[in-house]
Design a protein around this ligand. Structure first.
Ligand code: F6R
Length: 366
């Protein structure tokens, strides 16, 4: 059942080229100029006209929501807010009838997310779902939605469900951008092509598994980790830190790289591994300066870089390469080495990777 892998988590990390393909299969048009999301047909006019989109979720699904905010605002120019379902449901939020709420959940059973959906519906908003488990409670409670076709995720730490959620959010952002004319036909073709290239690019990243394992060996006894990223890499930094915390029990924090100097920089010394997601994008030069700041304080830098990068290779202590892709999709690639890093560290520490202590696969109590 683990398909030759030692753990479900590793199997699910390696499944991502296929699970992402399954998630976009039949949804990208053959001429690479359109996106088809059957689950949204009936609600598309209202979605396209939404004054605001509110994305809600918990944990890893909330990290996918943050990426969704950046994607939808960039491509469709609709204001997006991201909220933890648990906060949204209890703080009497402002919800207008022309808001669209999109709930993101792998299991479709998370109690706080379900309650947030009911609240939004009671205030007249249209509520959509992005879920993995077919027929679960959230798809039944929402007006419409899109399934991620990641297949069953058994490992408690979410991996392939996350990349499938981000794949769906990317497709929604392109679809909305096309309808709102904020994405030209030419850009749509580029983006759809790039999305289609993701599975093969993840295959390439997976080839670095033993290199990542060797890096993991060096840091398995660390007590703290910092993860830094800007733009699309900020949610990825949060997700990398969460993966490490939940399965290896090492304290880790994710930060927007520029926030470092507002506090966390005080933590940096020669024992602090700092994972910096520094692949080529529009904030590349800024993140290079952030790496210099970490090195000036003798921090140990593990950098995720674009293939062929030489600038950061000369500065960082360790680098892991990822292929280049359109900036809006870089998060889909950058998260994969971080999943592998936490998997190997947890394994070397003797942790139960698939069933970490105190955690359940679906959180049906608030
Ligand atoms: C992290 C993890 C949790 C879930 C969260 C939401 O690896 O598994 O943080 O992401 O409990 O679960 P779903 O997506 O099922 O609503």
């Amino acid at each position: 059942e683990k398909g030759g892998f030692d753990h479900f988590m590793l199997k699910e990390i390696f499944e991502q080229p296929r699970s992402i393909k399954d998630t976009f299969r039949g949804r990208l048009s053959a001429d690479l100029n359109d996106i088809h999301l059957g689950g949204l047909y009936s609600v598309l006019p209202r979605l396209v006209e939404a004054k605001r989109i509110i994305l809600i979720g918990c944990g890893t699904s909330w990290h996918a929501a943050l990426l969704g905010e950046y994607l939808i605002e960039e491509l469709a120019r609709i204001p997006v807010e991201v909220e933890y379902a648990s906060e949204f449901r209890y703080r009497n939020p402002v919800i207008y009838p022309d808001d669209v709420v999109i709930a993101i959940s792998q299991s479709g059973e998370t109690a706080d997310t379900l309650a947030a959906i009911k609240l939004a519906k009671s205030r007249g908003a249209m509520v959509l779902g992005i879920c993995n488990v077919v027929g679960s409670s959230i798809p039944r409670e929402t007006h419409a939605g899109v399934y991620t076709h990641a297949g069953p995720e058994i490992g408690v730490a979410s991996t392939k469900a996350f990349t499938a959620q981000v794949t769906v959010l990317t497709m929604i952002a392109i679809l909305l951008g096309k309808h709102r004319k904020t994405v030209t036909n030419e850009l749509a073709t580029t983006l759809i092509n790039e999305l289609g290239s993701i599975p093969a690019k993840i295959e390439r990243i997976l080839e670095s598994n033993s290199k990542i394992e060797a890096i993991a060996r060096l840091f398995k006894d660390s007590t703290n980790f910092l993860y830094l990223g800007r733009g699309y890499f900020f949610p990825v930094a949060l997700e990398g830190a969460l993966k490490l915390k939940e399965i290896s029990y090492i304290h880790a924090e994710g930060y927007p790289a520029a926030e470092m100097k507002h506090g966390p920089i005080a933590l940096i010394d020669d024992k602090m591994p700092v994972v910096v997601i520094a692949a080529k994008d529009s904030s590349y030069d800024k993140v290079v300066s952030n790496i210099q700041e970490v090195k000036a304080r003798k921090g140990i830098v593990i950098a995720i870089v674009s293939e062929g990068d030489t600038t950061i290779k000369g500065m960082a202590d360790y680098t892991i390469e990822i292929p280049e892709v359109h900036e809006t999709m870089e998060g889909l690639l950058a998260v994969v080495p971080l999943q592998l890093l936490s998997y190997h560290i947890a394994l070397m520490r003797g942790c139960n990777v698939d069933q970490p202590r105190n955690l359940a696969k679906s959180v049906t109590v608030e």
